[in-house]
Design a protein. Structure first.
Length: 195
């Protein structure tokens, strides 16, 4: 199979690549992860995912690979987009807002198809219901440090699973890479899976 450049340092995405048996190279894309506020949340995530791929192509400076994947996950509630918290106070405010409510998790994927020199984009939306959290529970969670570097200040696959009362949609998409849709995206774009 042909190697895919994963434009991410996310351990969760790497785990999913290993699960799928995909050969890959890690090349984190350090781009500005803010998008224009006038875009819909889905469009914001898609733009950031595409920006990550474009940054890798620029770094490679003409040595174009066959495949590059960039992905971005955002949390939305009340028409507000939550990316990665800047600090502990920001994480506290995010968790307080999510407490006792349902929010949307959008993961966008941008796949560079080298043979055709184009970028395919797909996004997946899921819903997550948080139980009501006390101040003490939020502080306990913040002490773990698990909130650092993740959208919405929580990791569903970690201790935050204690707070999740219901999900609707793609669990792997909430984690950071919707496996079913990613596999379909590879097939649709001619990736030689199994070859």
């Amino acid at each position: 199979m042909e190697p895919i450049i994963l434009a991410s340092g996310s351990l969760r995405r790497q785990e999913y690549f290993r699960l799928l048996g995909l050969p890959f190279n890690i090349m984190p894309s350090y781009v500005d992860e803010t998008a224009p506020a006038d875009l819909e949340p889905r469009e914001q995530a898609e733009q950031i995912a595409e920006r990550k791929v474009s940054a890798i192509l620029k770094v490679l400076d003409g040595r174009l690979p066959l495949w590059v994947l960039g992905a971005d996950t955002i949390i939305c509630i009340d028409n507000r987009v939550f990316g990665k918290p800047e600090d502990r106070d920001s994480a506290y405010r995010m968790l307080k807002t999510l407490s006792g409510r349902t929010h949307e998790v959008i993961t966008a994927m941008a796949l560079y198809v080298g043979r055709e020199k184009r970028i395919a984009i797909k996004s997946v939306s899921s819903k997550v219901r948080f139980a009501s959290l006390s101040t003490e529970e939020i502080e306990w969670y913040l002490e773990t440090g698990e909130w650092q570097g993740v959208a919405g200040a929580y990791q569903i696959q970690g201790l935050a699973s204690c707070f999740i009362s219901h999900i609707e949609g793609s669990y792997s998409g909430i984690v950071g890479l919707p496996i079913h849709e990613f596999y379909g995206m590879l097939r649709e774009n001619g990736y030689p899976y199994g070859a």
